[in-house]
Design a protein around this ligand. Structure first.
Ligand code: ZN
Length: 206
């Protein structure tokens, strides 16, 4: 685990909305806007409330999130949850990147309630992120939680910082993956997952 990860894991507090209000006011002034005009006078407060929602993942306790949703079973076939929508903010520009995550694991005695997997993705998405790290965090979390025979996470994201900043010649769509256990060591298992998630998948749109 590198330093970045440790910092992220240790944060478990509400963000400082007052400081965001002050900073937003200062940004409006720096744009040479009139912060008192009709459309802007409530903007600092709105932005602060928005960030506390968009970055709510910092205040979520992952253990509480999954509590009581882990079941002992003998089922050992691949479990796949695909097309999980996520909304995140890139840590380089504070602009959104959004898309879909696909998660699979090979149970080894334990499964998790299916509705919890989108919530795990959401918890890691609602932080300042880079897509590569978010992908790995979801995989590592499920791996530690369920100790399955394998975990696979594929994330497809559209990055507004690339789309909006006049660097459109670069591909704004990014695919990242994390393969652990059987998904890493067994090409047939990995292929079964990749075939499943590519089946019937529509083009990524925003
Ligand atoms: Zn960015």
């Amino acid at each position: 685990m590198n330093e970045d990860d440790m910092d992220q894991e240790s944060i478990n507090v509400e963000i400082d909305t007052h400081a965001i209000e002050v900073s937003t006011l200062n940004m409006l002034k720096a744009f040479h806007e009139d912060p008192d005009r009709e459309g802007l006078k409530n903007t600092p407060g709105r932005v602060a409330r928005m960030y506390s929602e968009l970055l709510a993942g910092y205040a979520m306790d992952p253990q509480k999130l999954v509590n009581s949703a882990i079941f002992n079973v003998t089922y050992d076939e691949m479990v796949i949850v695909r097309d999980i929508e996520f909304y995140s903010l890139c840590e380089h520009h504070l602009l959104p990147f959004i898309g879909h995550a696909h998660v699979a694991y090979l149970p080894s005695g334990k499964v998790i309630g299916l509705s919890k997997i989108p919530r795990i993705v959401d918890m890691y998405a609602r932080r300042l992120q880079v897509q590569e790290r978010m992908t790995r965090q979801v995989a590592d979390f499920i791996n530690e939680l369920l100790q399955p025979r394998g975990v696979a996470v594929v994330v497809e994201g559209l990055h507004l910082c690339t789309m909006m900043r006049g660097v459109r010649q670069h591909e704004a769509r990014l695919t990242t993956s994390a393969m652990l256990g059987g998904f890493r060591t067994n090409p047939a298992t990995r292929q079964e997952f990749l075939d499943n998630i590519s089946r019937g998948a529509g083009p990524l749109k925003i």
